[in-house]
Design a protein around this ligand. Structure first.
Ligand SMILES: Nc1ncnc2c1ncn2[C@@H]1O[C@H](COP(=O)(O)OP(=O)(O)OP(=O)(O)O)[C@@H](O)[C@H]1O
Ligand SMILES: [Mg+2]
Length: 235
């Protein structure tokens, strides 16, 4: 059974249908990418998986267990971590306090100190800045903090909404590199991006357009698609 399966999913806001009959599934160990332009429905899909918006139709299951209808904290308990769009941070807490508030203490690390040490190993830059206030971090550092927060509880599935948004090419490269390291430690990744360079990290994925799946396939198929060449690489 798939680690995550989305079948015929629709999400609507009033009369606006943001996600239309979208289906995809992936297995443990994959980096599955949802690629699409502004307004394609990427964030809506992640928010629906994590229980923040209801599905208008269709189903989301994990290992055969239905997730629709669960509350966000129940989805988190099921081992699914969501790094939302934008970089939510408590500006007046230090980096370490920002991390510590997300510790649940359920899974591989049974104390916050152990979980913090693991995050600092992935993001040494955060360790250097542990006493600095969250609001003063650079964009890339805030993105690391957001990802660090999401991995503190060792998720089965880590979902990230545009982690490279607003970062320099060098900094996005670094964030993608860190994601590869997180994956190497048995965390499956669902990555939402507009930036086609993330495909380097992907096993498979889908391209979304106006709420629908335009193309679905292996990394190479997506990279070679005319849509990606035109829209993202400008060739
Ligand atoms: N709360 C809301 N109320 C009404 N419409 C919404 C709401 N949230 C999203 N939408 C609409 O749903 C559509 C899909 O939005 P969504 O945020 O899922 O796109 P996205 O692919 O994440 O885009 P972006 O790359 O710009 O973040 C858009 O047309 C958007 O305006
Ligand atoms: Mg979005």
């Amino acid at each position: 059974m798939s680690l995550l399966a989305v079948e015929g999913l629709s999400v609507a806001y009033g009369d606006v249908l943001a996600v239309r009959d979208v289906s995809f599934a992936f297995e443990e160990g994959e980096v599955f990418v949802l690629l699409g332009a502004n307004g394609a429905g990427k964030t809506s899909i992640l928010r629906c998986i994590s229980g923040m918006v209801p599905a208008r139709g269709g189903a989301v299951t994990s290992g055969g267990r239905r997730l629709n209808g669960l509350r966000p904290h129940q989805v988190a308990r099921a081992g699914i971590s969501h790094v939302p769009e934008g970089r939510r941070i408590f500006p007046n807490l230090t980096v370490e306090e920002n991390l510590a508030v997300s510790f649940i203490g359920a899974r591989a690390h049974d104390n916050a100190a152990g979980a913090l040490a693991a995050v600092y190993e992935f993001f040494p830059r955060l360790a250097e800045r542990r006493r600095q206030f969250g609001g003063t971090l650079s964009g890339g550092e805030q993105q690391m903090r957001a990802s660090g927060r999401a991995i503190m509880n060792v998720p089965k599935l880590l979902m990230l909404d545009e982690p490279s948004l607003g970062l320099s090419p060098v900094m996005s490269e670094l964030v993608f590199e860190r994601l590869a390291a997180i994956r190497a430690q048995n965390t499956t990744i669902l990555l939402v991006e507009q930036n086609a360079t993330c495909l380097e990290l992907a096993t498979r994925g889908v391209i979304l357009q106006n709420g629908r799946v335009l193309l679905s396939g292996e990394r190479e198929a997506l990279q070679d698609s005319e849509f990606v060449r035109r829209a993202y690489l400008g060739v």
